[in-house]
Each structure stands twice: as C-alpha cells, then as structure tokens.
Design a protein around this ligand. Structure first.
Ligand code: NAD
Ligand code: DAU
Length: 332
C-alpha cells in the first residue's frame, strides 16, 4: 500500500490516523473531507505537503469519489456525522453521510477493486446493563439505539453485503469511546475540561452512572493500521483498551486535575434513549493480529488531554460559546 485515501481525515480521529501514517510509514495520504463544523485544518497543519494532500469534497458525491478512489491502493473510511445529540436534533445528515456516503464509497471501491476499511462504533450493539458480566464481542447482535448508531449499523451492514455479494476487499472495526487531542468541544470529555477551564461546572446527563469504555485516539489509529495490514478480508474486529469508567468518575478525575471539589458539577437533562453501558472485548484483535494499546492507564492519558486543552485554547474557544448555547437551550 503506497497511496491511502482517508475519508474524514480532518476530523478528530481521522486526523490522528493521518499523523500515525506519516510518522510510522512511507505511504502518501489523500484526505477527502467535506470540512463540516467538526473538521479542523489545524489538526492537519505541519504535515509534509509531499506526503499529505487535502481534497475538499462530499463522500456522498460519486463524481468526486469515483475518480479519487482509482488513484489509491486503499480507502480508510472515517467520514461521518458523529455526535449522538446532534442526531436526535436532526437525523437527516446522519442518513445522508453515514449511509448514502458509505454506499457511494463502496460502489467506487467495487468498480476500482480497491481495498476498503470501514471505521465504525461499538454503539451498533446497543447497550449493556451496569452489572452484566459480558462485554461486546464480534458475535454480539446489532441493536442500535440512536439515529447516529442506527446509521452506523446500517453502514456496517452495507459493507458486509458488498463483501459477500460483490467480493469487495473490506474489513470493519468497531471501536469504543475515543479521547485525546483535537476532539470537538461538543463531546463529553472536552466539554467538561473546557467548562472547568472557563470557571464553570461539568454537566452530567442524568445520574452520571452511564459507563463508557475509553480508549486514546492514538491506540485506535494503531489498531486500524494493524487491521489494514494484517486483518482478514470480510472480518470485523472490535477495538478497545479496557477503559470502563462511569461518567461521574470521569468528571471527578477532571475536577481533581484542576484542584476543584469532587461535587462541583451539575446534573442536567438526560439524553433521550441514553445508552447505559458500552464495554469491549478486544480479544480477537489482540490474539489474531497481535495488537496492544500503548496507553495502559486512562488516568495518565486523561491528564495529558487536560493539559492539551489548557494549551490549545485558541483552537477550541471560537466554538465553545455556540456549543454551550445549543446545550443550554435543551436544558443540558
Ligand atoms: P468527527 O465528527 O470529529 O469528524 C468527522 C469528519 O468527517 C469531519 O472532518 C467532517 O468534516 C467529515 N465529514 C462529515 N461528513 C462528511 C461528508 N459527507 N463527506 C466528507 N467528509 C465528511 O468524528 P470522529 O469522532 O473523528 O469519528 C470518526 C469516525 O470514527 C466516525 O466514522 C465515527 O463513527 C467513528 N468512531 C468514533 C468514535 C469516537 O469516540 N469519536 C468511536 C468509534 C468510532
Ligand atoms: O462509543 C463510541 C461512540 O462514542 C462514537 O461512536 C461516537 O461518535 C462518539 O461521539 C461517542 O458517543 P457517546 O454518545 O458515548 O459520546 P459523548 O461524548 O457524546 O458522551 C459520552 C457520555 O457522556 C455519554 O454517556 C453521554 C454523557 N454526556 C455527554 C455530554 C456531551 C454527559 O453526561 N454530559 C455531556 O455534556
């Protein structure tokens, strides 16, 4: 693989993967990104121009996608509408980008005979009870809860159908909640860190008991690169780093990092249909492909992330006020 097309490569996780490729391989990268509100030019700054090219375009536009795909050896597909709360306010861009966009890409790789990796989420499996000893595996039945997760579940099914019916050379990964630099302030961890930096209080949906299985975005990138190189065609791999924490625990870790009292947060209106718990069993990826996360300790990764948001206020501050106004209008 010498030339890789990364869709959504200007977003939080896609840009991390582009940096991963540039630092650890000699491949040339093309980023195809529509530059929605979630994209960031800054996340791609300082990359060598002879290694990374940005094409601004929509994955649902076949006239853009088809000629571009033929120029590459593989497509790694990150582009998506990614925020559950937004999908509850307006599902339409989620259906267009996540379903129609994935369909357009699949048709392009089918015609061109190009390798495809589909980046998806653990949310396709719905949720687990807090005391359920089981975690999600590749065999867990699909049961998505939100318009976002339903659109990602549908996109996964499209990929599997294109593998089986058309022989497309594709793999799928379903990863748990990512954290790290360049994550938009609408998301849980950046929202709480930046609230505290601004002298405000973290906002917990409902009781704060919901559990997420946190993984650093660097570890997600190394897993996707492992699957792209060594994954078996047609297979799905779950990506996770044993990082289960409830939301209250995460908020209290952030408060502690700033020397604020452990009860210095607000309970706000819960998310409709809020999934209770996600938990990933990544045994298949670890045993078959030999992948291991580099971040053994969520506390250390979170502390570095807190410091990153302290150091990059110029980046997130222009978006903060509008994000908070949208949440406030919903009592969140
Ligand atoms: P993000 O919202 O930060 O970035 C998405 C990127 O896709 C943006 O740069 C945006 O401009 C681009 N994009 C959106 N619509 C597009 C379109 N129609 N055409 C071209 N580009 C478009 O998202 P993220 O958190 O980086 O997530 C990336 C992928 O990883 C998504 O597929 C998501 O489902 C998946 N994922 C995310 C997480 C997580 O915790 N954030 C976990 C597992 C899987
Ligand atoms: O599990 C993978 C998924 O993780 C990805 O597929 C999604 O793209 C990504 O956004 C993320 O989805 P979540 O809905 O889990 O992430 P979010 O950051 O929105 O919320 C994390 C948890 O925190 C969730 O239980 C809701 C809660 N929350 C969120 C916000 C924004 C709060 O309690 N307060 C908040 O202000």
């Amino acid at each position: 693989m010498h030339r890789i097309l990364v869709t959504g490569g200007a977003g939080f996780i896609g840009s991390n993967f582009v940096h991963h490729l540039v630092a650890r391989t000699d491949v040339s990268v093309t980023v195809l990104d529509k530059l929605t509100y979630a994209a960031s030019h800054a996340a791609l700054a300082d990359l060598p121009a002879d290694r990374v090219r940005l094409v601004v375009g929509d994955i649902a536009d076949a006239a853009v996608v088809e000629p571009l795909v033929t120029e590459h050896d593989a497509v790694v597909h990150y582009a998506a509408e990614s925020h559950n709360d937004n999908s509850l306010a307006d599902p339409s861009p989620f259906v267009r980008t996540n379903l129609v966009g994935t369909f357009v890409l699949l048709e392009a790789v089918r015609k061109a005979g190009v390798r495809f990796h589909h980046v998806s989420t653990d949310e396709v499996y719905g949720d687990l009870d807090l005391d359920d000893p089981q975690r999600f595996t590749e065999a867990t039945p699909y049961a998505p809860s939100s318009p976002y997760s339903a659109s990602k579940a549908g996109s996964d099914h499209l990929v599997r159908a294109w593998v089986r019916s058309f022989g497309v050379q594709a793999t799928v990964s379903n990863c748990s909640n990512n954290y790290g630099p360049w994550q938009h302030v609408e998301k849980f961890i950046p929202r709480q860190i930046t609230n505290v930096i601004d002298g405000g209080r973290p906002k917990l949906y409902g009781a704060g008991q919901n559990v997420r299985d946190w993984i650093h975005a660097d570890d997600h990138s190394s897993a996707v690169w492992t699957i792209l190189q060594r994954g078996r065609i047609g297979e799905t791999y779950l990506i996770g780093a044993d990082g289960e924490r409830d939301n209250l625990q995460v908020v209290q870790m952030i408060l502690k990092a700033f020397g604020r009292p452990a009860d210095d947060y607000d309970h706000v209106t819960d998310r409709a249909g809020h999934d209770l718990r996600y938990a990933i069993d990544s045994t298949k990826l670890r045993t078959e492909l030999g992948w291991q996360p580099a971040y053994g300790d969520f506390a250390e990764g979170l502390a570095r992330t807190v410091q990153w948001y302290r150091d990059h206020q110029d980046w997130w501050r222009p978006h903060k006020q509008a994000v908070e106004a949208t949440y406030a209008a919903k009592g969140q």
